[in-house]
Design a binder for this molecule. Structure first.
Ligand SMILES: [Zn+2]
Ligand SMILES: [Zn+2]
Length: 420
């Protein structure tokens, strides 16, 4: 017997109402904010991700599904959306169109991570990017789209975690201060942080090890070292958030894992789903386009892992509507009736009436049991006697009445009843 690969999942029919609901809310919220869908390939040149995400990050060092294809090219299964979006934006000259380019996508991403609750090696991400505008009002619009999305899903207790990671003008000065602080406490910190200090120093603030917590708590804060431009950007963004009464906490530890972030970084947290409360994370990445050989292009976006979102919906007790089911079961008795029933089922469906046709030549009792199990509204019964008269017997299971309906009137009759 074959088994699923570790960290992979099957999404069974009973979970699909959640997926349908989430997809509908994605369509609704992106239409409200004027974002258009862009789909990029799942497979890209490995170098695109190495260059943009950056060596020294967990994604590039440990988590990418990279392999050599039959043409000897080194390729990677998309570990995140932003780099591919940026590549598509430059390659398709979307920068020549009116700006900003407001784009979104939904699809699988792949990371070879240690599997844990709500985290899979293949997972589905809702990704939003706004390219070509530096205005902090754009940061606010992207953040409010996220907020609005989670509100539409029925979450309560939303709030932002917010930070600025500075820019190439001010970040180096902060990084020196941070490194100096860590040198003073070098004996206290974990081996991982010692490596991070060399390769990706901001990430020491993200460490979960107990021994590192006092060092993080006493570390200098980047918001005290921002240049005027970054300070003004951050101030304007918090002003918009205040005006919209969206709750936020300035979290000095929030740096996100990726090297290309500039200025704004944020997460959306929801109540009641335990310690890992983030359902969405993102930020501004004004330097990324140049990093991959494109024109200077500011951008801000976020990604949200939908498996985690659905897990959080269940934890908060969010109810979703069921999927539409056929409301008619077409029962038949005997071979002649079956000859009539098989094409009749198709005809009714062509008239937009959902029909369940029982299989195997079973007794009427067994077919009625199926009708109850499937919770249909009507059972249409074709028997020898009915056929001789050119009628079908229709049982309304909700009001427990039955009718003889001429076969040529059946679709109109059922349509009328089902529309009531
Ligand atoms: Zn700056
Ligand atoms: Zn550490």
């Amino acid at each position: 017997m074959y088994k699923r690969l570790t960290g992979m999942q099957d999404i069974l029919p009973e979970d699909q109402p959640y997926w349908r609901f989430v997809q509908e809310k994605i369509n609704q919220v992106t239409a409200l904010y004027g974002f258009q869908r862009l789909d990029v390939p799942i497979l890209e040149e490995a170098a695109l991700y190495v260059r943009s995400v950056g060596p020294g990050t967990d994604i590039v060092d440990k988590e990418m599904y990279t392999f050599t294809d039959k043409g000897e090219d080194e390729v990677t299964l998309r570990p995140e959306f932003t780099a591919g979006f940026m590549r598509a934006y430059v390659e398709n000259h979307l920068d020549k169109r009116p700006q900003p380019a407001k784009l979104f996508s939904v699809g699988p991403i792949f990371r070879y991570e240690r599997p844990q609750a709500g985290r899979f090696r293949q997972h589905t991400q809702f990704n939003v990017e706004a390219l070509g505008v530096e205005d902090p009002a754009m940061d606010f619009e992207v953040m409010s789209l996220a907020w609005h999305f989670f509100s539409l899903l029925g979450f309560h207790g939303l709030h932002f975690q917010l930070n600025s990671t500075g820019c190439p003008n001010c970040r180096p000065r902060y990084v020196e201060k941070l490194k100096a602080h860590y040198q003073l406490h070098y004996d206290q910190i974990c081996d991982n942080c010692k490596r991070r200090l060399v390769r990706s120093p901001l990430r020491v603030l993200d460490c979960k090890e107990d021994r590192c917590q006092p060092v993080i708590a006493s570390a200098p804060r980047i918001t005290d070292y921002l240049c005027d431009d970054c300070k003004q950007h951050f101030g304007q963004l918090t002003h918009y958030l205040d005006a919209a009464q969206m709750a936020y906490t300035v979290n000095h530890r929030l740096v996100r894992g990726l090297d290309y972030y500039r200025k704004t970084v944020f997460e959306v947290w929801v109540e009641g789903i335990g310690a890992q409360a983030a359902v969405c994370g993102g930020g501004r990445y004004d330097g990324l386009a140049q990093e991959i050989g494109g024109p200077p292009t500011p951008g801000i976006g976020f990604g949200s892992g939908l498996e985690r979102v659905i897990m959080a919906m269940k934890a908060q007790g969010v109810a979703v509507p069921g999927l539409p089911r056929p409301q008619v079961l077409l029962a038949y008795l005997g071979a002649t009736a079956k000859e009539k029933a098989v094409p009749l089922a198709v005809d009714l469906r062509l008239h937009d009436i959902g029909v369940i046709l029982p299989f195997g030549n079973r007794s009427l009792k067994s077919q009625m049991r199926q009708a109850n199990r499937e919770q249909v509204h009507f059972v249409v019964i074709l028997g020898e006697n009915e056929l001789a008269k050119g009628v079908a017997q229709v049982k309304d299971l909700q009001v427990h009445e039955q009718f003889d309906v001429p076969l040529e009137d059946l679709s109109a009759w059922l349509s009328g009843k089902l529309a009531m």
